[in-house]
Design a protein around this ligand. Structure first.
Ligand SMILES: C[S@@+](CC[C@H](N)C(=O)[O-])C[C@H]1O[C@@H](n2cnc3c(N)ncnc32)[C@H](O)[C@@H]1O
Ligand SMILES: [Zn+2]
Length: 339
């Protein structure tokens, strides 16, 4: 059951920054949800509701390239490349290097060109790609294993800042009765829903270094029973105490108010439920004002409400920035239980 995130019209006015109407949303027609309390309307497009406060609507979305680069790290094992040469061009640097002409090497004694030149470069690049996507996999598999230990069969799970929904899908596969992914990006929630519902491999684009994209297919073996909602982590459109497990992975350093995002995750969690927060503290002023940057999740958490039950430091997390740029983060991950 979704709830209204419109600013309340009743006193006190002006309403506090994160106050919401909280009224229940009911379906008016195929494409509209309406708040019973204040009448606010929210669009549902292709079964993905968009429940965003009007003040924060469209404040953030990814471009197509951003979405495309997510396939390669969130779903690397399920990508089916096109013709091999074209696939290789996504992952291999396209340097037209060759062994230097010995005649031009005067003055460069001591610099020994590799005997295979270009080929070695390509092989190295491929090794890098597969070891880094391997690390991306390791991250999701470690997180999945933590989830499977705390999520009881049929439990309700929420993935806040889900991106393309890799962990939303994993929670559904772990036996969650309800698995919902939330992201503020319309493009991502719609693409996540398309991937999860597909009965056959879906066409995706992968970004080349030039910004052009090439075709590939992604086969998740679905459909997978999960839902996606476009919403802002700082105003979650859910009743308090609705979920048994909430994930906030690589999210807190992407929101304007990290403490509010963690507070919302804790609010929608049932008593005795778990919230897993994992973050690389990759702070950037374009996402979060500097005075809200922290170097320990404990600074964001109300320890009266949440008790630490597990902590992992240094879990590698890889983001593929572009064809030639992989970023390896060492995440700090904490599992909390709501008292
Ligand atoms: C680095 S990605 C992490 C994706 C996924 N959780 C993972 O670990 O693979 C951060 C995600 O947070 C989303 N995001 C950023 N600000 C948000 C907000 N205020 N509310 C909800 N999602 C947000 C972005 O759209 C993006 O998908
Ligand atoms: Zn309302």
């Amino acid at each position: 059951m979704l709830r209204c995130v419109a600013t309340p019209r009743v006193a006190p006015q002006p309403a506090p920054e994160y106050a919401t109407c909280g009224g229940r949303l009911t379906q008016r027609d195929l494409m509209t949800l309406v708040c019973r309390a204040c009448g606010a309307a929210y669009l549902v497009v292709r079964e993905v509701p968009s429940v965003i406060p009007s003040s924060s609507a469209l404040a953030y979305d990814l471009d197509v390239e951003g979405v495309q680069s997510s396939y390669a790290y969130q779903f690397a094992p399920w990508l089916i490349p096109g013709p091999v040469e074209r696939w290789a061009s996504v992952v291999r640097p396209r340097v037209k290097s060759h062994d230097p002409d010995p005649g031009q090497m005067s003055g460069m004694e001591g610099v020994s060109p590799s005997s295979q030149g270009h080929r070695n470069g390509l092989d190295e690049a491929l090794d890098t790609l597969f070891s880094t996507t391997g690390l991306a996999e390791e991250f999701y598999q470690r997180i999945t294993s933590i989830c499977s230990q705390v999520l009881h069969p049929g439990g309700a799970a929420l993935d806040v800042g889900c991106g393309l929904g890799r962990m939303t899908l994993e929670m559904a596969r772990c036996g969650a009765g309800v698995a919902i992914g939330v992201d503020v990006s319309l493009r991502l929630t719609h693409e996540a829903a398309r991937l999860a519902r597909a009965r056959a491999p879906v066409d995706v684009g992968l970004t080349l270094a030039t910004g052009k994209s090439i075709a590939a297919k992604l086969a998740l073996g679905g459909p997978i029973d999960c839902d996606f909602v476009t919403a802002n982590a700082q105003w979650l459109p859910f009743e308090s105490e609705s979920f048994d497990l909430v994930l906030a992975l690589n999210l807190v350093d992407r929101v304007p108010d990290p403490m509010q995002a963690v507070k919302e995750a804790a609010r929608v969690l049932k008593r005795g439920g778990h919230v897993l927060v994992s973050d690389p503290y990759d702070w950037q002023e374009r996402h979060t004002p500097r005075d809200r940057w922290v170097d320990d999740l404990s600074e964001l958490v109300d320890r009266e409400a949440l008790q630490v039950v597990g902590e992992w430091d240094g879990l590698p997390m890889v983001l593929r920035r572009s064809a030639r740029q992989m970023m390896i983060h060492l995440n700090h991950s904490v599992l909390y239980r709501k008292r």
